[in-house]
Design a protein around this ligand. Structure first.
Ligand code: DGY
Length: 438
């Protein structure tokens, strides 16, 4: 500690990543999440890259070492067992080496690789790592665009709320209600509640349905086409699709840099299809906000969550959406709540049903910055800074009073601090530099 609060936080963020390092991969939070999670890991690499580039590249390479032969990259890699988490490798029983879950997660990897390459101090090592990763990234994207969009409609489908990373978002209430736990659902004991208060986590009814889907996929031996055909939960998630479209753009940029021009037409086709299909399928006619689509019920899910604002990250945000974001942000002391405080499903402390998440502030904030909406982006960055300065590197925060919630010593919160919040003054607008913490 050196008495400078910002420098202290920088040091503490580095300490969080080092403490969560298990040798080649970083756990999101000791105890609560003791394995390697897909999108956590890629985003955490952005934090590592600020002080140890070799370690940052290793993080992503370790994740891709668990890629399945068909290109899928699992949402959890169980490098070693840990009885403190449920459901562990024995429950998933995917038969993979290293052991992993059998579903995926939002594909942020290509965007993180591009980010790291463009900022690399050791350009030679970065180019070599990006070259090794490129075919694996391409294979994962190709998997999404074939297995999860078999008819080439321009959007990919999601078969489990865990694949969205936003497990108990109110957007999943209706499609999950249609998942009926079978009488032979295997008994289970949750472990998350040993680490975090029940009021901040998903409910038992939701877990029963999460486990119903896991049991079904295991019975289907994780056959990717069967999972899409048979899953009672089948949605088009705005977050996954916005992140994939953004990642496709980053993959194309990587292909240019690495001289992989032969694959460019195919990637550009994915991009064009998504640019047409996503606004048409997901945009709410009234507000323009992207909302999830329930393919089993055949209708857009009329629930507004912050996932819709990831359209900015995909380069498809517009002024109407920005106005909506502005009033959403104005409704709470700290932005951006995952559900608008005026919404009947808003629950200020329960995981993805209200709290502010530094990681989504970062992703939405990047999109806002890139589209020239710097004032809104600054609001998200400044509020993230204020929340972390008050409550530390927590998983999420109460948008009304700033209380830190969920896991502590959280990897991607520390990474967001290092890679986005704690940037040199020249990177910021003049008003932000002088804003006092709330
Ligand atoms: C959990 O266990 O809470 C995770 O979100 C599943 O990936």
């Amino acid at each position: 500690m050196n008495g400078n609060p910002i420098a202290d936080l920088r040091e503490r963020a580095v300490t969080v990543l080092r403490a969560n390092d298990r040798g080649g991969y970083t756990v999101p939070a000791a105890g609560l999440y003791p394995f390697q999670w897909n999108w956590d890991s890629c985003l955490v690499a952005l934090g590592w890259a600020c002080f140890d580039e070799a370690r940052a590249w290793r993080e992503i390479e370790t994740l891709f070492a668990a890629q399945w032969p068909d290109g899928m990259v699992p949402h959890i890699v169980f490098h070693r067992d840990d009885p403190g988490y449920f459901p562990g490798p024995g429950v998933w029983a995917t038969g993979r080496e290293p052991a992993s879950s059998g579903i995926t997660q939002p594909p942020v990897a290509a965007s993180c690789v591009r980010w790291m390459l463009e900022r690399a101090r050791d350009r030679t090592a970065a180019l070599a790592a990006a070259r090794r990763l490129f075919p694996k990234l391409l294979a994962w994207h190709a998997w999404f665009h074939s297995v999860r969009d078999p008819e080439g409609r321009g959007f990919v489908v999601t078969v489990h709320p865990w694949e969205t990373g936003m497990d108990n978002s109110p957007a999943w209430d209706a499609p999950l209600a249609a998942v009926t736990p079978p009488p032979d659902l295997l008994p289970y004991e949750r472990r998350d509640l040993a680490h975090v208060e029940a009021a901040q986590r998903p409910t038992r009814a939701e877990y029963d349905r999460y486990m119903t889907l896991v049991q079904l996929f295991r019975e289907l031996a994780y056959d990717p086409a069967e999972m899409v055909t048979r899953s009672p939960f089948l949605v088009v998630d705005p977050a996954t699709n916005a992140i994939l479209l953004r990642a496709d753009r980053d993959l194309a940029a990587l292909a240019e840099t690495l001289g992989e021009r032969a694959v460019l037409p195919g990637i550009r086709r994915w991009i064009r299809r998504a640019e047409t299909a996503l606004p048409r399928l997901l945009a709410d006619p009234g507000s323009g906000l992207w909302q999830a689509f329930d393919l089993r019920a055949g209708r857009r899910i009329g629930v507004r969550t912050h996932a819709g604002f990831l359209a900015f990250l995909a380069g498809l945000g517009d002024d109407r959406m920005a106005d909506g974001l502005e009033s959403w942000a104005a409704a709470s002391r700290f932005a951006l709540s995952s559900v608008a405080p005026s919404d009947p499903t808003f629950d200020r402390r329960r995981y993805w049903r209200g709290p502010v998440w530094p990681v989504t502030n970062f992703l939405i904030g990047r999109g806002l910055e890139e589209s020239g909406r710097s004032r809104l982006a600054r609001r998200l960055r400044r509020d993230t800074a204020a929340l972390v300065a008050r409550g530390g590197f927590r998983e999420y925060f109460d948008p009304l009073d700033g209380t830190g919630l969920g896991g502590s010593g959280f990897g991607w919160t520390a990474a967001v601090w290092l890679a986005w919040v704690d940037q040199p003054e020249r990177d910021r607008g003049p008003d932000e530099a002088s804003d006092p913490p709330k």
